[in-house]
Write a protein that binds this ligand. Sequence first.
Ligand SMILES: Nc1nc2c(ncn2[C@@H]2O[C@H](COP(=O)(O)OP(=O)(O)OP(=O)(O)O)[C@@H](O)[C@H]2O)c(=O)[nH]1
Ligand SMILES: [Mg+2]
Length: 339
Amino acid sequence: MQFIDQARIAVQGGRGGDGIVAFRREKYVPAGGPSGGDGGHGGAVWLQADANLQTLLDFKYKRLFAAPEGRRGGPNRCSGAGGEDLVVRVPCGTEVRDPDTEALLGDLIEPGDRLRVAAGGRGGLGNAHYLSNRNRAPEKFTEGKDGEERQLQLELKLLAEVGIIGLPNAGKSTLISVLSAAKPKIADYPFTTLIPNLGVVRKPSGDGTVFADIPGLIAGAAQGAGLGHDFLRHIERTRLLVHLVDGSSADVAHDLAVVEAELVAYGHGLADRPRLLAINKVELLDEDALAAASNALKERWPREVLAISGATRQGLDRLLEAVWKELDRSEQALVAQSS
Ligand SMILES: Nc1nc2c(ncn2[C@@H]2O[C@H](COP(=O)(O)OP(=O)(O)OP(=O)(O)O)[C@@H](O)[C@H]2O)c(=O)[nH]1
Ligand SMILES: [Mg+2]
């Protein structure tokens, strides 16, 4: 499946129907008064989050979304029918922005979340509105107003709670493939992963937690090196990062520092996000080599360094235990904040 995570669309509310000019002509009513009805309102355009959609791919082919017009008014003071609202479905996690100012118009997170992005135009008034003592037979009416028209920038931010980060080849995709049912491409060359992969990992309680495996980061990613760091937006919403360093690397401390520098360069609070650090591929290391690697990391990372292997699954239970503990902690912090 192609992964499209940005799209530009145009939305247009329906035009309101015109009011009309009409006069009552009935038997036994000598001077029929004005009876032109009002036009109906134009339909509005809404965006709505839908859990069945995963990408913004649909918007590559269809870019203009226009709601129907309101109908003209009728005789006998009949109002024209309103145009129906148009509901455009987007994946959960879609951010909606004004492309010129980049102002955030809304954030569609939960299934069913809705945002009105273009109002329909008001219907015009029929001549029945203009009856007065001075003018018993007004010919005046107003036209329906145009619906609102605007450009929208859509950005999909994946809704993962845990992001897996590290240099290319650190073993991120391997890890998500053994923890979840996700089957990303895995290979012994850098930049195997070009688009983020999501996988659901079950907690002991049975609840699913979404992990995201993203492309590797390298020095200078902020300036566009490698795949750049645009895809970091997908882990902006995570509550926890799992940072992998390849235990078979010649300089694990340097590897750690490179990725940390990119987190800082990207901003958006990612550098301060709670993070677990794990040395991966430890089955390749003997005891001394593992101790040397852990020591080398100590200076930059005084906290616990986990030792894991995606290949042999060694250390993964301990890693998940630490993940659940951190998530619980951040949940409690959120609850404390909001009470
Ligand atoms: N020995 C060993 N090899 C591993 C382990 N985990 C991953 N690998 C190997 O390391 C290479 C890279 O693994 P990936 O999972 O593709 O690494 P990645 O971090 O997703 O790489 P990019 O997507 O390119 O950033 C592959 O050849 C994997 O088989 C491990 O625990 N032990
Ligand atoms: Mg990968």
